[in-house]
Design a protein. Structure first.
Length: 247
C-alpha cells in the first residue's frame, strides 16, 4: 500500500525550516542576560572593595589628623589621591636654601608621622579581625592589598642662583631630591619595606598659593606625603619579591 504524503503549505514549510532560530534566539537572550548579570555582580564587588579601602583610608586619616592636630606646619586631609599629609615652610623653612636635606629640627615630625603610619589601620589591617573576611575574599581571587606611601616635593618659583646650580640645575631637580630624602627618613622611622615608598618632584609647577608674596612662596615650598591602597595580583607580587637585586 502506497504511503500517503501530506503536502505542506508554503507558510508551514517556511515556519518549520526556521523554527531553529527561535531556540537560538532564546539561547542568545539567556547568554546576554547571564553576562549582564555577571557584569553587575563584578561591578558591585569592585564597589564593595572600594568602600572597604576608603574605610581604611578614613580611619588612617582620623588617626593622623588627631595625633598631628597641634603641629602648626602640618596639615592632614582625606584627598582624592588618598590621605594627604602636607608639611609647608610657612611654619619654618623645612630645608636650607638650595639643599635637599630636611633640617634636623623637623626630623621629630617625620619620626612621629612614620610611627603613626606604622601603627595605622592601613598598615596593620592584617591584625584587625573585622577586615579578615575581606582579606580572605581577595586572596581567594589571587589578589592582595598593597599600600603606597608617596612623597611629592614642591618649591616656589624663585630660580636657583648660579652658586647653587652646581648640584641641581633647577627647582625641579631640587624638589625631587628633597622628596627622596624625606622618603628615606620616613622609611627608616616607619620601619616599612622600601618597596612601599616612592618619591617625585614638581618644582614650581604646581603652586598651592601665590608666588607674589613671601607667605605665598613659603606655602608653595612644601612636601606632601600621600597614603593610598589598591589591589595587586599575588603572582606579580611574589615574582617581584623573588627578583635578585642588582648591586
Amino acid at each position: 500500500m502506497a504511503r500517503k504524503v501530506t503536502k505542506l503549505s508554503f507558510v508551514e514549510a517556511k515556519a518549520k525550516s526556521t523554527s531553529w532560530a527561535i531556540t537560538f534566539g532564546d539561547m542568545v537572550t539567556l547568554l546576554l542576560t547571564f553576562f549582564i548579570l555577571l557584569l553587575v555582580i563584578m561591578n558591585e564587588a569592585e564597589k564593595h572593595i572600594d568602600r572597604i579601602i576608603n574605610l581604611l583610608l578614613k580611619e588612617t586619616y582620623q588617626e593622623l589628623h588627631h595625633e598631628l592636630r597641634f603641629q602648626s606646619w602640618v596639615t592632614v586631609e582625606h584627598a582624592t589621591k588618598g590621605v594627604k599629609i602636607k608639611m609647608a615652610s610657612a611654619g619654618g623653612d623645612l630645608f636650607r636654601s638650595g639643599e635637599e636635606t630636611l633640617r634636623p629640627e623637623f626630623h621629630s615630625i617625620i619620626k612621629q608621622i612614620g610611627y603613626i603610619i606604622k601603627m595605622s589601620p592601613l598598615v596593620k589591617v592584617r591584625d584587625i579581625p573585622k577586615y579578615k573576611p575581606f582579606l580572605d575574599a581577595i586572596r581567594n581571587g589571587d589578589k592582595e592589598l598593597n599600600i603606597e606611601i608617596r612623597c611629592e616635593g614642591h618649591t616656589d618659583n624663585v630660580p636657583l642662583p648660579d652658586r647653587l646650580q652646581v648640584k641641581y640645575k633647577d627647582n625641579w631637580e631640587l624638589s625631587t631630591a628633597r622628596a627622596l630624602n624625606v622618603v628615606k627618613l620616613l622609611s627608616e622611622y616607619a620601619e616599612i619595606e622600601q618597596d612601599k615608598f616612592s618619591a617625585m618632584g614638581y618644582g614650581e609647577f604646581r603652586p598651592e598659593d601665590t608666588n607674589e608674596t613671601p607667605d605665598g612662596r613659603a606655602n608653595n615650598r612644601r612636601v606632601e606625603i600621600y597614603l593610598d591602597a589598591f589591589l595587586t595580583d599575588i603572582n606579580i607580587s611574589n615574582k617581584k619579591s623573588q627578583e635578585p637585586s642588582i648591586n
